[in-house]
Ligand binder design. Structure first.
Ligand code: NIG
Ligand code: FE
Length: 412
């Protein structure tokens, strides 16, 4: 496949650039008036139209005049396997109830778990596949998906099997994260250690045996999993080679960052709440800071302090958090807009955070997240746009026109 007359080829980081820290996020390399050649699903070559090689002039080509070509969005934090939406909580939120109050009233994660336990694997697969297809059509070309609405051994495994089926069915890389430590089931309300033992002794060995997960996660938060409980679970996961990606500081500064860094987490996600100590802890770590602005938008909680994290030289990524309770949307274009509008990231920073750093937060940045020779051709061609900044500026719209995965147009 050959694309010619591209207004701008975006995100040309060198192939060996695996993550962007702090000020590196400011720079989004773009080649204007460009062509790109794709062969066997990989980026084979690219250059300027004024040096268009005559040797490829005979190939059929897609004329992208007025349009940009971006590397696909890399959405490193989602919960898209769920049995039912939760609009009843939407109404409670409009009445002024907080996320914690809704959870305490029988809503929240336990509500989703009840419904998921009753759903079949086929039903869960079908509904997740509809969501994933929609996300891909909005430009996402790599994704992480978590369990965590099962909360029993069988249902957590059911969710992870659905994720395995999605991996086999879709032409994008998918990483699976085991999140049994999402909430304490009602029967373990007063026996936290009992549930943690179930995770460690029963769930983890089965998941490892069936090779169902790449990462381990915990919702380390007041009212959910304490720092000590999180530490136990992360250490148990490490025995099976599962690296942590954890829910940290969503509702309060909880000590989650410290326990994550101590356990060599790939990423800490959320950080709507932070303080100078949080930033100091992260400064000397390789852990990626994944921010989820559409969760802040939907829950009306503070937006994460992206500017301070970038100033402190941290590697910031952006992701959706798509789930039925706190972010019923998987639109990365909107996330990039919110990154700019609400977190005051520059378009270049937000786009880098949603592509290369998102890939890094899934350990995929050697093959995804930027346009470089030898990388996978997961890209999108925009509608005609006046500038790159127009993409986040035109919030609520998708400027994605044509999606290319492994060098082929994806029609859904
Ligand atoms: O990332 N914080 C924990 N998990 C999800 C919300 C889950 C839910 O409410 O169903 C989140 O926001
Ligand atoms: Fe989440």
């Amino acid at each position: 496949m050959l694309i010619t007359n591209i207004k701008g080829l975006v995100g040309l980081h060198p192939k060996d650039k695996l993550v962007l820290r702090g000020g590196e996020l400011d720079h989004l390399p773009v080649l204007e008036n460009a062509w790109i050649l794709i062969e066997d699903g990989l980026i084979k070559d690219f250059g300027e139209m004024k040096r268009f090689p005559s040797t490829i002039a005979h190939l059929p080509s897609y004329n992208a005049e007025g349009r940009y070509v971006f590397p696909s969005w890399c959405d490193s934090h989602t919960h898209i396997v769920f049995a039912a939406s939760r609009e009843e909580e939407f109404s409670m939120k409009i009445q002024g109830k907080t996320y914690e109050e809704i959870a305490a009233a029988g809503g929240g994660i336990l509500n989703s778990a009840n419904k998921l336990q009753k759903a079949t694997e086929d039903e869960l697969f079908e509904s997740a596949a509809v969501r994933l297809k929609q996300m891909i059509l909005q430009g996402t070309g790599a994704v992480e998906i978590k369990s965590g609405y099962g909360l029993t051994t069988e249902s957590e495994i059911k969710m992870l099997r659905v994720i395995s089926r999605l991996k086999a069915h879709f032409p994008i890389p998918i990483k699976a994260t085991f999140l049994a430590a999402h909430a304490f089931p009602a029967e373990f309300k007063n026996d936290h250690q009992g549930y943690i033992n179930l995770i460690i002794d029963k769930m983890l060995p089965r998941i490892a045996e069936e090779n169902l997960a790449d990462y381990i996660d915990a919702f380390c938060e007041k009212g959910f999993f304490s720092v000590e409980e999180t530490d136990q679970i992360l250490k148990a996961g490490a025995k099976y080679g599962l690296k942590p990606k954890i829910h940290a500081n969503q509702l309060s500064v909880s000590g989650a960052i410290e326990v994550a860094v101590k356990n060599k987490a790939i990423s800490v996600d959320h950080l709507e709440e932070s303080n100078p100590e949080t930033i100091e802890t992260l400064r000397n770590a390789d852990t990626i800071v994944t921010l989820l602005p559409s969760c802040s938008f939907y829950l009306s909680i503070p937006f994460a302090d992206a500017k301070s994290f970038i100033k402190a030289d941290l590697p910031v990524a952006l992701a959706t958090d798509y789930n039925p309770g706190s972010t019923p949307s998987g639109n990365m274009n909107f996330v990039v807009s919110l990154g700019c509008i609400k977190m005051k990231m520059f378009p270049e920073q937000a786009i880098n955070a949603a592509t290369l750093n998102g890939a890094a937060a899934m350990e995929l940045s050697d093959n995804y997240g930027s346009i470089a020779v030898g990388k996978k051709a997961n890209l999108f061609i925009t509608k005609p746009m006046p500038s790159i900044a127009y993409l986040p500026y035109s919030f609520g719209e998708s400027q994605v026109d044509t999606v290319i995965l492994n060098g082929e147009i994806y029609h859904g």
